[in-house]
Every structure is written in structure tokens, then in C-alpha cells.
Design a binder for this molecule. Structure first.
Ligand code: PMM
Length: 377
């Protein structure tokens, strides 16, 4: 696996940015943009230069109602892109529900399988377990063709949590290490706009899993609906990036592990701003905590996530392993990342007294012969 991958999935006070590269003719937001694999590779490299921590490559549209493509076609779309990006040192995730595509992508260097089916295929789970790669378990209720009709809930938060819990048990029973699982509430998957908003307002409900949370809101229709204009109807997907910026900021403030976005630079900027806001201080370039202290996680109570009415954790301070204090809640937001309040989450370490205050230093790294500017995040 690419060096440093474990660190990417460890709890961090800086929300991770997953850039989206859909090599499809028909995805709702960027369909048709990257038909040529080389364009897709360039886009992925650009995303890394703009601050993406990993790039999610998909070859099959998951838009509601979309019909499936053949596995051979999906493979033809994604493999060259995964291989090229991985060989350039990019952390690549493959967005697929198919074991054959996942296997080939992992062989080509993908470090994460992003399975939007909710772990429905036992063979895919076996593959992930055998290969020891990371795995995104997203909440869904069946394939794109039928997801709209399945968007029926009594209490969407309770039901999504319960269904994800059942799937997580199945995933673990299949042999995937719990530590390798990232959870995702599946915004827009078998959810109406109202369901998606309800889930975003109750991300604290996912804290008990003790696993990192990835959330994909980018350019989704629930944003189009909230921005609808009386005459023109819902805002089209190519005009939802500002709204995505807002959700990214709120998600980072709520302490999610990662956001999945099409426009990387604004998201990468937003998560850095949120980090500085939480700490009440800027942060040195790319410095990560030297040590984690799970005991300190209580400082970032789950109740302090977006939309929660309880702000009990705001202002709470907990010691970290260096004996200094974590900085949750100083600006009204939780100071932990991953899943706030979980056993695996950590408190943000206090900035060392002698840490440099210039947060904008960046460095260049050669990626497959192409100079790419890595951000200082
Ligand atoms: N959304 C889409 C595709 N893949 N994967 C995860 N883990 N979470 C998501 O919310 C998600 C996803 C649909 O969006 P796109 O068609 O723009 O990629």
C-alpha cells in the first residue's frame, strides 16, 4: 500500500478531502467531463495539487435511475486512471460495487474501496478483507434504478443508523478489520432532500460507531432544491459549488473525518479555516499530531455536532498525551475529528509553543515526471 496510508485514515483534526473523478458519460455532476483517461488523470493530479488527500475514481454513474454498465466497460474506464494516479503516488480510492473492478483497481494501487452498495456483495467483502485495504461502507437501499422508491422512512436518522449498524456487523463478520472501515450516511442515496437534511443535522447519531465518517454532499440535488428559484426550479448541479462550500465548512466544524467533493480547492481551504477556527490559531504546514490520546476524546462530545441542540461539550477542555489541553469548543464547535466522542476519536493537540505560524508553506513533489504542487495542508 502507498506509504503513509495508515496516517491518512487515522483521526485528524483536519478533515480529509476526497476529490471526485467520475470517468463516466452520465454522472449527474461531472458526467462526460473525463471521458479521456488522460484528462481524468490530469484532473486527479490537479486535485492533489489543490489539496486533495485522496482521489476517488468511479466508472459507473450512481445517479438515481441510472442503469448499470458492464463490468468490462467500468473496468476500461477506471483502471488506466487508477493505475496512473497510483503510480504517481496519489492515494486512490475506487468507487465501485463490483468485486472484479475492485480487485483490478487494488492491483493497480487503489488503497480504498468505496462501496456505495452498503456491502451487498459478499465476494467484494472477501476481497477487501483479503487484501487489507480500507473500505467505505455507505448507507444505501439498493441500486440506483430503484433507490428513489425506497426513500421511505419513519425516522430516517434512527433507521439509517440501524441499517448501517447491521451492515457493519456483516462487514466485520466477513473479515474486514473494523479499523479499516469508514462509514458514510449516503446523502441522496434512497433519501429525499428532507431525509438528507435530517441526517446532516444529526451526525452526532453516528458517533457511537466509533468510526470515521465520510460525507458526500457535493453538488447533490438536495442542495439544488434548497436553492430553487421560483421560476427556474432547482439550481442545476453546475451551480451548486458555493452551497457545497457551505456544507463542507459545516461538516468540518462538526468533526467529520472526510468530505467527498468535486471542487477541491474551496473544500481544502474550508477545512483549514475550520481547523484554525477551532484552535483559535493557525497551524504549521502539514503537521499532524505526534501522538494520540483516546482518553481525551470525551472532550469532543457527539452532542456538539451540527444541528444538535446540546452544546454541552462547548468549552470543555481535556488533557492530551503531552499533558497540554485540547481545544474543543472554543468557537462553538467540537474539537475532535473522526467521529466526535468515539473511542477512536482524538482531541486536537494544542499547538506547540514554538510551532511556526506561517500556514501557507508548500512543497513540490515530483509525481510521475509531472511537477505537482502539494498543498501545505
Ligand atoms: N456519492 C456519489 C458517488 N459515490 N460515495 C460515497 N462514499 N459517498 C457519496 O455520497 C457518494 C459516493 C454520487 O455523486 P457523484 O455522482 O457526483 O460521484
Amino acid at each position: 500500500m502507498t506509504a503513509g496510508v495508515e496516517e491518512l485514515f487515522r483521526p485528524s483534526e483536519l478533515t480529509r478531502v476526497m476529490g471526485v473523478v467520475n470517468v463516466t458519460p452520465d454522472s449527474f455532476s461531472d458526467g462526460g467531463t473525463f471521458r479521456d483517461p488522460l484528462d481524468a488523470v490530469r484532473a486527479g493530479l490537479r486535485m492533489v495539487a489543490e489539496g486533495a488527500d485522496l482521489v476517488d475514481v468511479g466508472g459507473e454513474s450512481t445517479r438515481p435511475g441510472a442503469s448499470r454498465v458492464l463490468a468490462s466497460e467500468e473496468m476500461r474506464r477506471v483502471l488506466p486512471v487508477v493505475a496512473e494516479l497510483a503510480s504517481a503516488g496519489v492515494r486512490v480510492s475506487v468507487d465501485t460495487t463490483r468485486v472484479s473492478v475492485a480487485a483490478a483497481a487494488v492491483d493497480a494501487g487503489a488503497v480504498l474501496v468505496n462501496d456505495v452498495s452498503g456491502g451487498q456483495d459478499p465476494d467484494l467483502l472477501d476481497l477487501v478483507a483479503d487484501r487489507g485495504v480500507y473500505y467505505v461502507l455507505m448507507h444505501a437501499r439498493g441500486p440506483s434504478a430503484t433507490m428513489t422508491e425506497r426513500a421511505v422512512y419513519g425516522d430516517v436518522v434512527t433507521e439509517v443508523v440501524a441499517e448501517l449498524d447491521a451492515r457493519l456487523e456483516a462487514v466485520i463478520a466477513a473479515g474486514i478489520a473494523r479499523e479499516r472501515v469508514i462509514l458514510d450516511p449516503g446523502i441522496g442515496f434512497a433519501k429525499t432532500s428532507a431525509h438528507s437534511w435530517a441526517l446532516l443535522g444529526r451526525l452526532d447519531a453516528f458517533a457511537a460507531f466509533g468510526r470515521p465518517l465520510l460525507v458526500g454532499t457535493s453538488r447533490k440535488s438536495f442542495l439544488g432544491a434548497v436553492l430553487a428559484d421560483g421560476e427556474d426550479g432547482p439550481r442545476p448541479s453546475d451551480a451548486r459549488d458555493d452551497a457545497t462550500q457551505a456544507t463542507t465548512t459545516l461538516l468540518a466544524a462538526a468533526g467529520v473525518w472526510g468530505v467527498r467533493v468535486h471542487a477541491v480547492r474551496p473544500a481544502a481551504d474550508a477545512v483549514r479555516v475550520v481547523r484554525a477556527w477551532k484552535r483559535g490559531a493557525p497551524h504549521p504546514a502539514r503537521a499532524e499530531p505526534a501522538a494520540f490520546d483516546t482518553a481525551a476524546s470525551a472532550a469532543g462530545a457527539a452532542a456538539d455536532t451540527a444541528g444538535s441542540s446540546t452544546r454541552a461539550a462547548s468549552g470543555a477542555r481535556a488533557p492530551n498525551s503531552s499533558g497540554s489541553t485540547a481545544v474543543p469548543g472554543t468557537n462553538g464547535v467540537a474539537g475532535t475529528n473522526g467521529v466526535a466522542g468515539s473511542a477512536d476519536s482524538v482531541a486536537a493537540p494544542a499547538r506547540p509553543a514554538d510551532a511556526p505560524t506561517d500556514p501557507v508553506r508548500s512543497r513540490r513533489r515530483s509525481l510521475g515526471g509531472q511537477k505537482v504542487r502539494w498543498s501545505s495542508r
